[in-house]
Design a binder for this molecule. Structure first.
Ligand code: PHE
Length: 355
């Protein structure tokens, strides 16, 4: 048998098996590689006697073409097989039921902040933010609370350095200062956020939440303050009537100052807002002190207005019947699953805040 015939027979028997793409490629190299069987036959051409050379060369070329065609179609076939197998293995059945994954919930404090922001946005307040780490000037001095003022001790401040220059803000009122320093009046903003005081029991947590309100314009008076707060409380608790009481109080940064209580009662173990003879304090407020306005270069002869600071956690507790403030910050998944809100239900005034 001639060499070519032998090569051809071997080649055909090898290629007849079921092969994958890399096995076929190996056969290809064995034939056409540098020292491959077919390549070395080509090298032989020069040594063949003149009379036979032509026939040998043409036979070799025919075999070469034949091999290449066979190999190519075998590779095609193998590639298609491999893709089909992969598709079969990686098939996704989109009709299968969903896996029982754990769904996230919106924390009642976040929900309450969203509700508050929604109510105030609709009546022209924009939302401002300030940092949790404040300086002593914004938190106290600019707010008419100089050093040695007794109000500083009452705040149980967490100081962050020996010189007592940096601190965790004890209220959201420094955002009043930040807002008025960076813009010109009028101002009509709220500023929700975290606040810190070294205090902890059933109704106090070292980290808690407040929302500040500030409304400065020409001819703003205490009547506006009362009207806006009354509107807010009714909207927030989703009731038509509310019992509110303004008690005279004192804050260094407002004059006059008041604290606001709302009336409630407990019926069948549930809190009912707006009726009854019990009172719960929910916010502090007053007319912004002229000294504060001077500190931020606002002329108190031309502009005045009110400010308020509402305890967000307390509002959330009242509205959603949560009776221990500490549970807000324990990160207990079962608790969040019960009291939390659907992330897709964004509160809006027109669609209902909490439904
Ligand atoms: N910052 C005060 C507090 O934390 C609340 C307050 C804000 C009072 C604005 C008056 C005006 O107690």
């Amino acid at each position: 048998m001639s060499d070519l015939k032998k090569i051809k027979e071997e080649f055909l028997s090898k290629l007849n098996k079921k092969l994958n793409v890399s096995e076929i490629n190996q056969i290809k190299t064995d034939l056409f590689g540098k020292n491959g069987l077919v390549s070395s036959q080509f090298k032989k051409i020069g040594t063949i006697a003149d009379s036979e050379r032509k026939k040998f060369a043409s036979d070799l070329n025919i075999i070469k073409d034949e091999f290449q065609n066979l190999i190519n179609s075998k590779i095609n076939e193998a590639e298609i097989n491999e893709i089909n197998e992969k598709l079969k293995k990686e098939k996704i059945d989109v009709t299968l039921p969903e896996r029982n994954f754990v769904r996230g919930k919106i924390h009642p404090v976040s929900q309450t902040i969203d509700e508050i922001s929604s109510i105030f946005s609709e009546i022209g307040f924009s939302v401002e933010e300030g940092p949790d780490v404040e300086n002593e000037y914004n938190n106290f001095t600019a707010l008419n609370t100089p050093e040695h003022h007794p109000a500083r001790d009452m705040h149980d401040t967490f100081y962050l350095d020996e010189k007592k220059e940096k601190l965790l803000r004890t209220h959201t009122s420094p955002v009043q200062i930040r807002t008025m320093l960076k813009d010109k009046p009028p101002f009509k903003i709220i500023a929700p956020g975290r606040t810190y005081r070294s205090d902890s029991d059933q109704t106090h947590s070292p980290m808690f939440h407040q929302v500040e309100g500030l409304h400065i314009d020409k001819d703003i008076n205490m009547g506006h303050l009362k009207g806006y707060l009354n509107y807010f409380i009714k909207e927030f608790f989703e009731v038509n009537k509310i019992k509110m009481r303004f008690r005279p109080s004192h804050f260094p940064f407002t004059e006059p100052s008041a604290e606001v209580d709302i009336g409630y009662q407990i019926k069948d173990g549930k809190i009912i807002i707006g009726e009854g003879d019990k009172w719960l304090e929910i916010l502090g407020c007053g007319m912004v002190h002229p000294n504060v306005l001077k500190n931020v270069k606002v002329n108190p002869e031309k502009f005045q207005g009110y400010a308020f600071g509402i305890g967000i956690d307390r509002l959330a507790m009242l509205k959603y019947g949560i009776n221990d403030l500490r549970s807000f910050f324990e990160c207990d998944y079962r608790w969040l699953n019960h009291f939390g809100f659907d992330p897709l239900d964004v509160p809006t005034n027109y669609r209902g805040l909490s439904r």
